[in-house]
Design a protein around this ligand. Structure first.
Ligand SMILES: Nc1ncnc2c1ncn2[C@@H]1O[C@H](COP(=O)(O)OP(=O)(O)OP(=O)(O)O)[C@@H](O)[C@H]1O
Length: 217
């Protein structure tokens, strides 16, 4: 379970306070993947970052009694001067997981050949995205956090392979996806919320959330 209890968050922009979340309470139960719809620039990344502790709330409490992933696409923990392999082994150790397994899995999924042993700083954007996705999937989490769907890779073969692994993983884990479009959520979620002007409205079904999102657009 991942729980937000009366959580508020805002940023000072220099001229005014921008409210991202105003006293939001909700729960993500294991086995019930959830989506959040929000227009661009209104707080999707901030919300997902709060779920995994990358961002602190101003008020309220965030609690998790299970393993919550870093967000898909987050490269903050990857060191550019170390190789993909060194990064993967180091991060696996931080999570208390088997570095040999993580290395073998990522080497297989990434398909970036000898670059896996080269510094990440030399990677193309697509290679970085593939390493990030492979790393996330090599680690076993109870809740996977996805910001705006898949990473931006144009490699259809990789997307098919990684997508297959992700769907298999979702049979035994839970996902939280934030996106500005409902079609991204359709693949993963039954229930959804809508974030508008700092207020989070939760709905039992994605259809209800979609209707409210379109109605208030
Ligand atoms: N550290 C910060 N200081 C000030 N403002 C911030 C900070 N972080 C985010 N913001 C502002 O908060 C708002 C929400 O940002 P966030 O990145 O969470 O939105 P988003 O919905 O993910 O955006 P996008 O759809 O463009 O990716 C934006 O206006 C952003 O400029």
């Amino acid at each position: 379970m991942l729980e937000f209890d009366n959580v508020s968050k805002s940023f000072w922009t220099g001229r005014q306070r921008k409210v991202i979340l105003d006293q939001a309470s909700f729960r993500v139960e294991l086995g019930n993947s959830m989506g959040i719809l929000a227009p661009n620039g209104t707080g999707k990344t901030t919300l997902i970052n709060m779920m995994c502790g990358l961002e602190k709330p101003d008020e309220g409490r965030i609690r998790a009694d299970c393993r919550v992933s870093f967000p898909l696409g987050f490269m903050g923990g990857v060191v550019a001067r170390l190789s993909g392999n060194e990064n993967v082994r180091y991060i696996a150790r931080i999570y208390g997981l088997d570095p040999d397994y993580a290395e073998a899995f990522c080497r297989w999924l990434c398909e970036i050949g000898e670059y896996f042993d080269q510094p990440v700083g030399t990677y193309s954007q697509g290679m970085r995205a593939r390493l990030n996705f492979a790393l996330l999937l090599s680690l076993e989490f109870d809740i996977y956090l996805i910001d705006e769907g898949m990473p931006l890779t144009t490699d259809a073969n990789f997307n098919r392979k990684a997508g297959g692994v992700l769907f298999d993983r979702l049979k035994t884990s839970t996902v939280v996806v934030v996106s500005h479009q409902a079609s991204t959520l359709e693949k993963f979620c039954r229930s959804a919320g809508v974030l508008r002007d700092g207020r989070l409205y939760m709905f039992e079904t994605l259809d209800e959330a979609k209707q409210y999102y379109d109605y208030t657009a």
